[in-house]
Design a protein around this ligand. Structure first.
Ligand code: TEU
Ligand code: CA
Length: 604
């Protein structure tokens, strides 16, 4: 694998709408991000990915772009954007934008022109068909219903893989592709360092379009079925790379869920379409064809196996981008730790977890008075306890360390670094996200009661990650001086940046030490490039692995349960580089790990 400038970096995802509001209108903005750059520098991150800030009706929070050359006024101005790039650069940081080019907004001028004249040039920018012939295929859109909707004011219909306000661009049309490349170069010329590439697998449809077997009562089939039949995406991706990114040595990370077996090298090998792609393998655990409302809890063993299998798959072919959460997913700590935290059976007494290490987690446990998950219901879905499980900070640090020390480029999603958790929705009206609203309907149609449906979608809702960033114990978590566009998580009194900064045992400071270790000259080579080898893989609820560099071996250990357990050491410990607890119980070549204990050791 060729070495690249970005390999030893740490990346951070900003969801601008919820990051920091500088002018009190309740919506986070670019000047707000600039104000917080020193905080991000303090944390130690290098690459900043901004979710979309282009002009947009925000039907899907900016993933529906109506002008690729403008900043939405709610987020700021082009001058603000230029200033952000400059200010980031002066701090040694790199800015990535979100490249959303599978679809645009139905308010984009291309789509308006297509509506005005479907037979004209812009009709061919989209997938159109005559209404009189019925739907060309039975594909279901990701956000519910058929991918086909009438093209207003015409006798045509158009295709949208996502929401009906997100018409798919016709990549088969070379003019569309050239328009997209022109825009990418325009941004790179501004000094952008690259892009996160949205939903990119969808640009290639299986043509000619046809029906696939229906998988739900609606008679439609999941979009991934169609994708598995689509051939030839590589030609588009290679062309895009050569006409844009490659000329600038730009960094790109693809949002790729469904590459085909054996395709990893084509995507992220030395001559790949992208620099990197996200390792979503952990996020695919427990999925259910009936919908995300029915997804199962993730166990420690499943999490560990998904990580190891992904690492084996990628090997030295390329560099995954690793994550535990993003703006489309539940909070990682709630998702990956809840099942383990709840399985003690003491959840009802509110004593789940270790807690003791840090006043904060104990306080919030007492405040919520409960934690853990309930059992399966008749439908096979796991019901949520009244409120989401409260996770203690020792466990949060363990999860942080376990994914951070994998081989790859770690991404932190805003708020993850302070251990932000899922929110508790008491009514579907509190949910803004279009995808969650569809899942809620699907759950009701599957026969769940409104309460169960709310609890089920609450566990996976994208809004869990979209609540305002928790800066301090001040009104609205210090996010805005006005009314936030989405309600903040009430746990901001305990979980916030200000309370954790400089406090030795905080989740925030633990993330800082993980980042610092990645930058430490003495260990960087091994942390970044060292081969990964699982250790005692069969030992239950222990996730352990070596990172082996030249003449240096690190051992990463995480006790993925609240009970303690003994682990046999493979040799003599030279140094303890990280430990999320004060305790250290080593005896006769074995180590007693407390519940949720995590450590990075240098071995002799
Ligand atoms: O996500 C693509 C995608 O596959 C997700 O929509 C996923 O299926 C869904 O979030 C599960 O709930 C990207 C963006 O990250 C997402 O925010 C956008 O809504 C979507 O594309 C459309 O642009
Ligand atoms: Ca604002």
């Amino acid at each position: 694998m060729k070495r690249q400038w970005w390999h030893n970096k740490t990346a951070y995802q900003i969801y601008p709408k919820s990051f920091y509001d500088s002018n009190g209108d309740g919506i986070g903005d670019l000047p707000g991000i600039i104000e917080k750059l020193d905080y991000l520098k303090y944390l130690g991150v290098d690459i900043l990915w901004l979710s979309p800030i282009y002009q947009s009706p925000l039907a899907d929070q900016g993933y529906d772009i109506s002008d690729y050359y403008q900043i939405d006024p709610r987020f700021g101005t082009m001058e603000d954007m230029d200033r952000l790039i400059k200010e980031a650069k002066s701090r040694g940081m790199y800015v990535l934008m979100d490249l959303v080019v599978n679809h645009c907004s139905d308010e984009h001028e291309w789509f308006k022109k297509a509506m005005a004249d479907p037979e004209g040039e812009y009709g061919n920018f989209f997938y159109l068909a005559d209404q009189k012939d019925g739907r060309p295929c039975n594909w279901r859109s990701y956000f519910g219903g058929s991918v086909w909707d009438p093209l207003p004011g015409t006798d045509k219909q158009y295709l949208h893989m996502f929401h009906k306000k997100q018409p798919d661009l016709n990549w088969e049309n070379p003019k569309v592709r050239q328009e997209i490349y022109k825009n990418i170069r325009w941004w790179l010329d501004k000094g952008l360092s690259g892009f996160r590439i949205d939903a990119i697998i969808n640009i290639k449809k299986a043509l000619p379009m046809q029906d696939y077997p229906a998988d739900r009562a609606d008679g439609l089939c999941a979009p991934d079925v169609m994708l598995s039949h689509a051939e030839g995406i590589g030609e588009f991706l290679k062309e895009m790379r050569d006409e844009t990114f490659r000329k600038y040595d730009a960094f790109t990370v693809g949002e790729v869920f469904n590459e085909k077996p054996g395709e990893l090298e084509k995507f992220i090998g030395d001559d790949g379409y992208f620099s990197s792609m996200f390792d979503f393998n952990e996020h695919l655990i427990g999925q259910d064809p009936r919908g995300s409302w029915a997804a199962k809890d993730v166990t420690a063993e499943e999490y560990k196996e998904a990580c190891f299998m992904a690492q084996e798959k990628v090997g030295d072919v390329g560099f995954y981008s690793t994550l535990i959460e993003n703006h489309d997913e539940a909070r990682g700590v709630s998702r990956f730790l809840a099942a383990q935290a709840g399985k003690c059976g003491r959840a009802a007494e509110g004593q789940c977890g270790q807690g003791g290490q840090d006043g904060q987690s104990t306080a919030s446990q007492d405040a919520a008075g409960q934690c853990g998950q309930e059992g399966q219901d008749g439908q096979g879905a796991v019901k949520q306890a009244e409120a989401p499980a409260v996770i203690n900070s020792t466990a949060k640090k363990m999860l942080a360390g376990l994914y951070f020390m994998l081989r790859g480029l770690p991404f932190i999603y805003q708020g993850q670094e302070i251990g932000m958790e899922n929110v508790h929705f008491t009514s579907i009206d509190e949910v803004d996200d279009i995808s969650t609203r569809f899942e809620y309907q699907t759950a009701l149609e599957a026969g769940l009661s409104p309460e169960d449906a709310l609890a089920a979608v609450g566990r996976s809702s994208r809004d869990n990650a979209r609540t305002p960033m928790q800066w301090e114990d001040a009104p609205h978590a210090g996010f805005t001086a006005g009314e936030p566009w989405l309600k903040e998580n009430p746990n901001y009194h305990e979980i916030n940046v200000k309370a954790q900064m400089g406090r030795k045992d905080s989740v925030l400071e633990f993330y800082r030490s993980l980042i610092a270790l990645r930058k430490d000259e003495q260990y960087q080579e091994t942390v970044v490039y060292g081969a990964l080898e699982p250790y005692r893989r069969e030992q239950k609820n222990l996730m352990a692995y070596f990172r082996k560099g030249q003449g240096q071996t690190l051992l990463v250990l995480g006790n993925f349960q609240e009970e303690g357990q003994l682990v046999r050491l493979p040799g003599k410990v030279k140094a303890v580089l990280l430990n999320n607890l004060e305790s250290w119980e080593e005896e006769n070549g074995s180590l007693w790990l407390q519940g949720w204990q995590f450590a990075v050791l240098e071995m002799e």
